[in-house]
Design a protein around this ligand. Structure first.
Ligand code: RIB
Ligand code: CA
Length: 315
């Protein structure tokens, strides 16, 4: 039986790659997308989600639009546009979608879906956690209805990519992350510690584009700004497959090394706000609340990703 997934997302180049990987994986049944502010504005993340589903001929998957701002702090979309391009989808030229989001707000849609089938659905969150946090606060039964929550976010032993200490998704809405991390939902966290070990390179893009296919060209174009950013600012010719690596939790968990720890996020308002930390020495005496991926066979994951993209491109 495939894992039934609802994906909360801020597409975003790597979000798009995660959606391609989910749709090319028989282990997964992607049932809906909920959009959130993050890499770019909510209007753009929602438009990108709709345009991507139309491009992939996956029009049966509903999209519910979500929150446009973090719970407390101001947004930093400009940072996202540097990495993902002003549209949020790099140098792709997807046609304007004819699809529209459903009427229901993402927060209400999440509550409806998970309460309708308690412990049957897995939630993936690969953007700021604003929608998920509000679902937890609005409906007390929501947290216990979620079978599992897989999050791309955080930096445990790694430095941050939004501040020296904080990763973008958590940093964009640290208060939402604090609510989610302390909700009691079974959480699997995929932090920068492992995603930076999964670098898609231009050689991988060239290999994929040996196949004459709109999918191959899409992967090339959606990562173009991303690749340029990494070379210019982070000194390596490749882009980290942040969001796609969450999919490994379902399709190739053997590639990840997990540890369970008490994990929380700093919301004190100082320089380390948004920093995610694990109590490795058990000094808080608090029980483990999160299963964290702290190592990965990165190259093997990238090979798996490219193989699945090649299969998708040949369809
Ligand atoms: O830090 C990486 C995360 O921030 C990814 O989800 C990327 O899409 C951005 O949202
Ligand atoms: Ca994302």
């Amino acid at each position: 039986m495939p894992t039934r997934i609802i994906l909360d997302t801020d597409p975003g180049a790597d979000d798009a790659l995660a959606i391609l990987l989910m749709l090319s994986s028989p282990e997964i049944q992607l049932e809906a997308l909920t959009t959130v502010h993050g890499n770019v504005t909510i209007d753009k993340t929602t438009r990108n989600a709709l345009a991507l589903l139309e491009f992939l001929n996956a029009k049966n998957i509903p999209v519910a639009q979500g929150c446009s701002l973090p719970l407390v702090k101001p947004p930093h979309q400009a940072q996202g546009e540097v990495v993902h391009g002003s549209s949020g989808m790099g140098r792709t030229n997807l046609t304007e979608p004819t699809l529209k989001p459903i009427e229901t707000h993402a927060v209400d849609y999440l509550i409806e879906r998970f309460l309708a089938e308690p412990k049957e659905l897995t939630l993936f969150a690969v953007g700021p956690l604003t929608n998920v946090a509000l679902a937890i606060r609005k409906e007390p039964k929501f947290a216990q209805a979620v079978k599992k929550l897989v999050i791309m976010g955080g930096a445990i032993r790694s430095g941050g990519n939004m501040s020296p200490l904080a990763e973008f998704n958590i940093s964009e809405d640290p208060h939402a992350a604090h609510i989610v991390f302390n909700s009691g939902i079974p959480i699997t966290l995929i932090p920068l510690d492992v995603t930076y070990k999964c670098l898609l390179t231009s050689a991988d893009i060239e290999r994929l584009n040996k196949i004459d296919s709109p999918i191959a060209r899409f992967v090339r174009d959606v990562t173009a700004d991303y690749m340029e950013f990494y070379l210019k600012y982070e000194g390596f010719a490749g882009c980290a497959l942040h969001d796609p690596l969450t999919v490994a939790a379902i399709i190739a968990p053997e590639l990840l090394t997990f540890e369970s720890h008490y994990v929380n996020v700093d919301i004190s308002g100082g320089v380390s706000t948004g920093k995610t930390y694990a109590d490795f020495m058990k000094v808080t005496k608090k029980p483990a609340n999160i299963k964290v991926a702290l190592d990965v066979k990165g190259r093997e994951f990238v090979e798996l990703f490219i193989e699945r993209m090649e299969n998708l491109a040949k369809q």
